[in-house]
Unconditional design. Structure first.
Length: 237
């Protein structure tokens, strides 16, 4: 027995309740002597045992909830996607919400068409609106490119091991910084011989800035086209 002050107070409160039950005869229930005697038989051991049962029940519920949460957080089943199909989808999906939104939403659309069961449903239900923050290098801060960030995010849907994610993220960053981009050519190409540049960086400031610096006045008028092709190129990788 614990014998703590808190325990003593708890049993004093219990005795008070029993006394009050004796005094009331409402509904003819509490006035019955046998019921009062049964209440008196309640010992500290009974109470402590009851508390233990409740505690264990609570722990079991928490464990079940934790297990369910872990199950829900499992990565999706990997499905090999056609890079050109993904790139075209990203290009077509790209809109006012920027590179990260277009990159992830376009790729998820293709994945949802080819995946099965719950994974496909999860991909379709993913709230892509939350990806708007990636526009213009994280809310116009001109930092990490939304397409690069979106590419790493898309990988993370399928890769359990964080160490593997780091390796793939490094490879994508290297490609993004060193390749002449954009490499993607849409199915209907209204701008042939599109300007490609090496940015030597992965921020929106570096990648976009390198292209703008090399672009002609005429090409500057289609700078958004550069962003669409850029996101498609990154996701095709």
């Amino acid at each position: 027995m614990l014998g703590t002050k808190a325990e003593e107070l708890a049993f004093e409160g219990f005795d008070f309740v029993i006394h009050a039950l004796k005094r009331t005869g409402r509904n003819g229930v509490c006035a019955q002597e046998r019921n009062i005697k049964m209440e008196k038989k309640m010992t500290r051991r009974n109470v402590m045992a009851g508390g233990l049962v409740l505690t264990l029940a609570g722990l079991l519920n928490e464990t079940a909830f934790a297990r369910e949460t872990v199950e829900n957080e499992k990565c999706w089943t990997y499905v090999k996607l056609d890079p050109q199909k993904v790139a075209q989808s990203v290009y077509e999906t790209f809109g006012a919400h920027g590179c990260m939104y277009g990159a992830v939403k376009g790729a998820l659309k293709v994945y949802a068409e080819q995946a099965d069961g719950l994974d496909a449903q999860a991909a379709k239900a993913f709230p892509c609106q939350v990806l708007r923050y990636g526009r213009a290098g994280v809310a116009h801060l001109k930092e990490i490119c939304g397409a690069v960030s979106g590419g790493v995010m898309f990988m993370s849907f399928f890769v359990e091991d964080y160490a593997d994610i780091r390796v793939m993220a490094a490879e994508l960053a290297k490609f993004s910084a060193e390749a002449e981009l954009p490499t993607f050519i849409p199915e209907v190409d209204e701008h042939p011989d599109f300007l490609r540049v090496v940015s030597n960086g992965i921020t929106c400031r570096e990648m976009g800035g390198a292209w703008v610096k090399a672009a002609s006045e005429k090409q500057m008028k289609i700078v958004l086209e550069r962003c669409r092709r850029h996101a498609a190129s990154i996701m095709a990788k």
